[in-house]
Design a protein around this ligand. Structure first.
Ligand SMILES: *Cc1c(COP(=O)(O)O)cnc(C)c1O
Length: 429
């Protein structure tokens, strides 16, 4: 792994209040933010405006796949921006073609469409499903409870969590949810109007729940039998996070059917650009030409700059064998978290996940947990970890997620576990 030289410490001026005041006056208050103002990062560490250092197990929600300020990303940005940043999709350019080739090589025979975010990638899959079922009048997409598919109008209709829908009714029609990992519920939900099934391989926002191999294989068979598209939202669990490029590749490892399993469409974003906004979806070969000229588009999508960065991120991951690293350091972090769960059974209920996509589920009603009664336990626990110098991402009310850079070192994983234990010690005192 390339040595990452930390930047010099920033000029320490505690103007946190001034930055927060700007937000209060000028930024739409749609986020519940933690009380931290960041100024810069290096590798797996972030620095706040008072020069406090944090170990970053959140990775900007599974985005900063190579950590912060990675020289290869900086170089790709600088080099490509000297040549060409943007031309629109009226024209051809090499980076988009090469990135599509690379992604299809990692998944299977098919084609890619590029956009700028996970929500947009899913919109593309929804349109693909509607085009697929259109001539037979089929347009319904079945999804699962506790899923998350983005904040667009169709994304919240697809998402299996009431909290994202509340206040935005009526929902876009054509989405229905059933329990996750329940093949019979999915089978029973299929109607004459159903065109597709969309699931995450590992539910992220829903609390780090992995699909079973039987579920994925069963869904494939079901979609074959009923002539439905099997779509997978790999926005969070994709891009080597679980130790394989796609989570289904990791989940199905060792199964005889593993090599022949493919979904019909896959949405990607988050880690794809290592922090530069880029999204994509891949469509399996038989359906790759459904979205013909003029049926779908975006101005920014697949820009030379975005694609050059994504190609460089892929190159670094492969050169530095970061899939293996995600698997090994992930296993280490999971084992260490399991050990903490064993030592502190009154606080940690469960540890789950694959590779560097891990979740710690807290027990409800932890005594001594400071913080407002209107905040979730997960947010309150995350604040304690912040104070101790570790960033994690809450999921739901009880779960903390680790989505660190794929080049996280074992020593950094060990440091994170020590920080978590220091908080557990205090809470159980
Ligand atoms: C984050 C996420 C999205 C939405 O991606 P955005 O880039 O925020 O639009 C969709 N699906 C899953 C599984 C996600 O984790």
């Amino acid at each position: 792994m390339k040595e990452i030289v930390p930047s010099p410490p920033p000029v320490v001026r505690n103007d946190m209040a001034a930055v927060q005041a700007l937000f209060q006056q000028h930024v739409v208050p749609s986020y519940g933010r933690f009380e931290i103002v960041f100024t810069h990062g290096a590798g797996s560490y972030l620095y706040d405006i008072a020069a406090k250092r944090y170990l970053d197990f959140g990775g900007g929600i599974a985005v900063s796949s190579l950590g912060h300020a990675h020289p290869a990303i900086t170089e790709a940005l600088v080099e490509q921006s000297r040549k060409l940043i943007h031309v629109s999709n009226y024209y051809y350019h090499e980076p988009q073609g090469r990135l599509a080739e690379a992604l299809a090589h990692l998944i299977g025979p098919g084609k890619c469409f590029f956009c700028n975010s996970g929500g947009e990638a899913n919109e593309g899959l929804f349109k693909l499903a509607r085009k697929f079922g259109h001539d037979e009048g089929r347009f319904e997409i079945l999804t699962t409870f506790n899923s998350f598919h983005g904040r667009t109008l169709a994304g919240i209709a697809a998402t299996g969590q009431d909290k994202v829908k509340k206040g935005f009714e009526p929902m876009v029609p054509g989405f229905r949810q059933v329990p996750y990992n329940d093949l019979e519920a999915m089978r029973a939900a299929i109607s004459p109007g159903t065109a597709a099934i969309l699931v995450e391989g590992v539910q992220g926002e829903g609390g780090v729940t992995a699909a079973t191999p039987e579920y994925l294989l069963g869904l494939r068979q079901l979609c074959n039998d009923k002539k439905l598209l099997l779509l997978m939202d790999a926005v969070q669990d994709g891009h080597f996070r679980t130790g394989c490029f796609q989570s289904f590749q990791r989940i199905l490892e060792g199964m005889p059917q593993a090599s022949s399993f493919l979904p019909d469409g896959i949405s990607m974003a988050k880690s794809l650009g290592g922090g530069f906004p880029i999204g994509a979806f891949w469509v399996r070969a038989p359906y790759a030409d459904l979205l013909s000229a003029g049926t779908h588009g975006t101005t920014y999508g697949g820009s030379p700059l975005g694609c050059a960065v994504a190609l460089e991120v892929l190159d670094v991951i492969q050169r530095e064998k970061l899939a293996n690293n995600a698997r090994q350091v992930g296993d280490y972090l999971k084992a260490g978290s399991r050990e903490l769960a064993r030592k502190y059974p009154g606080i940690i209920r469960d540890v789950r996940g694959l590779g560097l996509m891990l979740g710690i589920e807290l027990k409800p009603g932890i005594p001594n947990l400071p913080g407002g009664a209107n905040k979730t336990q997960a947010a309150r626990f995350a604040s304690l970890l912040h104070a101790a110098g570790l960033l994690t991402i809450p999921a739901g009310a009880q779960i903390l997620r680790f989505l660190p850079p794929l080049n996280l070192r074992q020593s950094e994983a060990e440091e994170g576990l020590k920080i978590i234990e220091s908080v557990l010690v205090k809470l159980s005192a």
